[in-house]
Design a protein around this ligand. Structure first.
Ligand code: SAM
Length: 255
């Protein structure tokens, strides 16, 4: 899919669904992401935070509710997503949050102490566009600012699919609106722009449980996999270990 087709995909999805699954079916993956974001935002203690590609704004609003002294700005290029996000945060009566429509490839207009993305840049259909987005995030960070990158990588995707194969399960393909990062290529590019403060695969144990063990149980018992099954719920609480899932957190400090 090209840029416009992907943008339309998200507009259509937001127009037809404002539920907690409007940005991903995988509810418990968002729980993992929320928990690591909260921990890292507390660690870096910024005054201002931008959530780029905030989707329905639920994660942004939860963080803003938990951290009332931090100013949160949520951005998304889909107007329907922004409207859903505004609606969701209104019901929580938060005064430290705002949402605006913005395409990260066009750049941010203000500076922030901390910027994060959760599975946003994988919706840009080329490495060239992803590099523009990374440059724009870098340019919008204050001196010493932090970029928390929560994005999908091809290496972890291949690794868990190899385990699935060993269990006689079919490969889970990358969705046609997604373009995953290659770790080495990314690290070459950010060298000189950012210092890597921390890096962890936050989806490895979760994927081994949900996409291998639970998938195998479903295949053998004829069950339809359910994102709200207890295997997902309990897997979300496992410690992080290994490289068997696509989603990683990389904490990047602006140089
Ligand atoms: C997979 S969803 C993730 C949403 C949210 N971060 C979450 O964790 O639920 C990706 C979001 O990124 C947004 N997005 C994709 N490309 C974008 C761009 N170039 N600029 C701003 N938002 C973008 C989409 O509209 C969508 O809401």
């Amino acid at each position: 899919m090209n840029f416009e087709e992907i943008k339309k995909y998200w507009e259509d999805r937001a127009a037809g669904d404002s539920s907690a699954q409007s940005t991903t079916q995988d509810f418990y993956l968002r729980e993992i992401e929320y928990n690591v974001l909260l921990e890292k935002i507390q660690k870096y203690s910024p005054d201002s935070v931008a959530d780029v590609g905030c989707g329905d704004g639920r994660t942004t609003a939860r963080l803003a509710g938990k951290l009332p002294n931090v100013l949160f700005s949520g951005f998304d290029y889909s107007l329907f997503m922004v409207e859903n996000a505004r609606h969701n945060s209104l019901t929580e009566e938060l005064s430290n949050i705002q949402f605006d429509q913005l395409d990260i490839c066009a750049g941010l207009k203000e500076t922030f102490d901390l910027i994060y993305t959760t599975r946003c840049l994988i919706n840009l259909p080329s490495w060239d566009l992803q590099k523009i987005a990374i440059d724009n995030i870098h340019g919008a960070l204050s001196i010493g600012g932090v970029y928390l990158m929560v994005e999908n990588f091809i290496e972890g995707q291949k690794n868990f699919n190899q385990v699935r194969k060993n269990y006689g399960l079919s490969e889970i393909p990358i969705r046609e609106h997604n373009f995953f990062f290659q770790r080495d290529r990314l690290f070459d590019y950010i060298d000189g722009r950012f210092k890597i403060d921390e890096e962890v695969n936050i989806s490895s144990t979760y994927y081994l449980m949900s996409r291998v063990i639970y998938s195998k149980i479903c295949a053998e018992t004829g069950q339809q996999p359910d994102y709200f099954d207890d295997h997902h719920r309990f897997a979300a609480g496992l410690p992080f270990a290994g490289e068997f899932g696509p989603v990683r957190l990389i904490c990047l400090k602006k140089l």
